[in-house]
Design a protein around this ligand. Sequence first.
Ligand code: NAG
Ligand code: NAG
Ligand code: NAG
Ligand code: NAG
Ligand code: NAG
Ligand code: NAG
Ligand code: NAG
Ligand code: NAG
Length: 334
Amino acid sequence: MISKYRVMFGVWLIVLLCSVSLSHSAPLACENLLQPLGHLDLNHLEGRRVLVGGSLSNLTLIDRLRRRDSATASFSSNASTANTNFRRSMLLDNKCHYASYNISLEGSSFTFDNGAVNTTFIRTSCHDCILLSFDVESGKRQHFYLFSRRRQLEQKEIDEFKAQVECLNMPPPVVMDPSKELCPEQTTTIAGGMSDTAHLEKFKTRDSATINYPNASETPITSFTRNFNFNDSCQHLQSNITLEGSGYSFHQHNITVTFLYTSCPDCLVMRFDDESKKPLRMYLFSRRREVEQKEIEEFSAQAGCLNMLPPAVMDPTKELCPDQVSRREEETEG
Ligand SMILES: *[C@@H]1O[C@H](CO)[C@@H](O)[C@H](O)[C@H]1NC(C)=O
Ligand SMILES: *[C@@H]1O[C@H](CO)[C@@H](O)[C@H](O)[C@H]1NC(C)=O
Ligand SMILES: *[C@@H]1O[C@H](CO)[C@@H](O)[C@H](O)[C@H]1NC(C)=O
Ligand SMILES: *[C@@H]1O[C@H](CO)[C@@H](O)[C@H](O)[C@H]1NC(C)=O
Ligand SMILES: *[C@@H]1O[C@H](CO)[C@@H](O)[C@H](O)[C@H]1NC(C)=O
Ligand SMILES: *[C@@H]1O[C@H](CO)[C@@H](O)[C@H](O)[C@H]1NC(C)=O
Ligand SMILES: *[C@@H]1O[C@H](CO)[C@@H](O)[C@H](O)[C@H]1NC(C)=O
Ligand SMILES: *[C@@H]1O[C@H](CO)[C@@H](O)[C@H](O)[C@H]1NC(C)=O
């Protein structure tokens, strides 16, 4: 009997000691868990990541977060913190929503939405993650999101995130379903070079053009959607393609496309040839709305080498088509 009590007492003592040491160390642990990132490495930041989990201080909005199938965050910069592009995509009710912001990194923070959202990078032990704390309208509410290059994290990485959320006294995080589709990445047409005036004039009538690449489930790429803003109305064209070598061919047309070299890090240059390999058109695409002058000049030189007319450069202030994922089949121009 005595030894049983002694054991019981021992257990209670341990529980008591643990809870004492926990209550003492908890604030310290939380302080460690919620440290802003000391140094932001732009190379590490670059590229697209997927939302793995998130929490919100507003219960209405956490329900909306739960309804999201997926979300992504991407950063790109030209190696200057004052000129960084921050893009988000979200798949909600089978529709893709995109947003793009021109941001200026200040230490481990940046603001967007005209200063309404102050975002801070928080330290995380997950090596390919970024952890963002959004302070909306001066503390009215807080969003706390973990993004990773992987769709699914290790348990200990999720546990760390849950502990961080708990430290903030926020509701337990919503953990995203890694099997859900991602929104396609969007690329904007920057400039086009044509071999004939008719096509050049037609190109110039477009206000803007974007390409949505297929989502992650579709590899290799077998189709993409182009959205043209033309005369204030949007056209969405889907094309089926077959990848071949360093390019692809359209199913509906006898046109082959070759990717050409470009020094622009987030661009694509595509050359469109007819059956006899005669260059017809070429396009410069970028994830940014506007590229640098030297990148345009390089593209113009490439068009010149292929005996094309001087390229037309799209107006970056024109509206992009509403970002929708259209699966509709239509005749394409190639
Ligand atoms: C939560 O967000 C909803 C929708 O934006 C808003 O109507 C509501 O007032 C917010 N609740 C609190 C407590 O801030
Ligand atoms: C980045 O872009 C800014 C503004 O367009 C430009 O002034 C700067 O020279 C660029 N930096 C690099 C490294 O290209
Ligand atoms: C992006 O920000 C830079 C620096 O603040 C500015 O020079 C540039 O015009 C902005 N571009 C757009 C498209 O807003
Ligand atoms: C944004 O939040 C950080 C971290 O709390 C703070 O240091 C910074 O001053 C804030 N920036 C603005 C513009 O409020
Ligand atoms: C992604 O691709 C699959 C297969 O083609 C398609 O069923 C799904 O609707 C696509 N999702 C989005 C968001 O486009
Ligand atoms: C552009 O739209 C206007 C008004 O909808 C229409 O009258 C005009 O014919 C259109 N122009 C072309 C080139 O389609
Ligand atoms: C494009 O591909 C889809 C799905 O594979 C198919 O249903 C459709 O018929 C194809 N369209 C054309 C024009 O080849
Ligand atoms: C593509 O070329 C082949 C052979 O030259 C021809 O038979 C076919 O009709 C052409 N298809 C189209 C869509 O022009």
